[in-house]
Design a protein around this ligand. Structure first.
Ligand code: SF4
Ligand code: SF4
Length: 347
């Protein structure tokens, strides 16, 4: 395990012109994770048919020459029997990269019906380095299935990444992840912070999310160090910035980036924090993308507040601290602002 790669750290700026489509092709899932962000009351239970998937992919690509990336999500996207066809449709349309985020169950023989060359990343969600931690969040037996399928995917030649959603339930276990992922052959590690929506929102409704959200000191004591350790093992790590000093610049991706969070009932959000509410900026009707009239999330993005992210302040303010005079001691960054630690190849 002693790889000792050198690495460098950088903030990933919002890339002008790059478009990212987060495409929820269904909301159904075989699991019921404690922090699941899917809200079927808002986004329905239907599964898009192949014709709609093709049309919607065309709507968001539109023949553009700039970078356009798609991430297929659910629910559990591998429950869709035509996911391989959806991946191929995205490739044919010219998407720059195609990723699938899975809970690890890989239904419908995905590894057999897709070739590694057709996919940029197959990304597995693991929220703990052992069954005790992971399965207390994601369900009994899930760790074993997920790690077994990571190994199968790596053996079959797929580029495999892993997503870990940090909350108070598992922050203490995060330092154990680099060794596990290195042993499994995972190439990229995405550390996320729990969002207070879906199940997490229901769990913490009365307490403003404080049981799940991690304080700045705890985040900064653990996450960057774990990322450095993973990078020293040759794993490329991405994690959200979350906390900004008051003097640091703030940008809202809703104003400066081109991200679309699309649900199978046609709702299109520009900010994932809003997904528990019917304030989506756009919707797909009859195969066309239409702007919705005010008031939507769009009208709130420009609000300039000392706490930084306006929807964090409204929907999940448990991570903001104030001084005795009521002034915030830090700002909350856009949830899409990331840092990376990139390992350098060894000589
Ligand atoms: S978090 Fe993902 S895997 Fe877990 S229940 Fe929700 S959709 Fe399924
Ligand atoms: S997370 Fe906050 S800063 Fe980012 S797009 Fe949403 S409202 Fe804007």
């Amino acid at each position: 395990m002693q790889e000792n790669h050198q690495s460098y750290r950088r903030t990933v700026e919002f890339k002008p012109g790059a478009r990212n489509l987060f495409f929820h092709i269904l909301t159904a899932c075989n699991l019921s994770c404690r922090h699941c962000y899917i809200n079927k009351d808002q986004h329905g239970g239907n599964m898009l048919n192949m014709e709609d998937i093709r049309t919607w992919l065309r709507v968001f690509h539109g023949g553009r020459v700039e970078e356009t990336n798609v991430i297929f999500l659910g629910g559990e996207p591998t429950l869709h029997p035509q996911l391989p066809e959806a991946v191929r449709a995205a490739r044919e349309l010219g998407y720059s990269s195609v990723t699938i985020d899975t809970n690890g169950f890989l239904f419908h023989d995905l590894l057999v019906r897709l070739s590694p060359a057709e996919l940029d990343y197959l990304s597995f969600s693991l929220d703990g380095s052992c069954p005790q931690v992971n399965d207390s969040i994601r369900g009994e037996g899930v760790f074993d299935v997920c790690t077994r399928n990571i190994q199968r995917a790596v053996r079959a030649g797929f580029a495999v990444s892993s997503i870990f959603t940090v909350s108070r339930m598992n922050l203490g276990d995060l330092p154990n992840m680099p060794a596990l992922l290195h042993g499994l052959g995972v190439r990229r590690f995405f550390i996320q912070v729990v969002g207070i929506r879906g199940n997490s929102g229901r769990m913490t409704k009365c307490t403003q999310g404080v049981e799940l959200q991690v304080a700045r000191r705890d985040w900064e004591n653990v996450v960057p160090e774990v990322a450095r350790h993973a990078a020293s093992l040759g794993i490329h790590v991405t994690f959200p910035k979350v906390f900004l000093d008051v003097s640091e610049p703030f940008q809202c991706a809703g104003l400066v980036a081109d991200n679309y969070f699309v649900f199978p009932n046609g709702r299109v959000y520009r900010c994932p924090l809003c997904e528990d509410y019917a304030i989506h900026s756009m919707e797909i009707c009859d195969g066309e993308l239409r702007k919705r009239p005010p008031i939507t999330e769009r009208e709130l993005f420009p609000l300039n507040i000392p706490e930084g992210c306006v929807f964090n302040r409204i929907l999940q303010p448990g991570n903001i601290s104030y001084d005795a005079s009521g002034v915030p001691v830090n700002k909350i960054a856009c949830c899409m602002l990331k840092e990376e630690i990139v390992p350098l190849p060894k000589n």
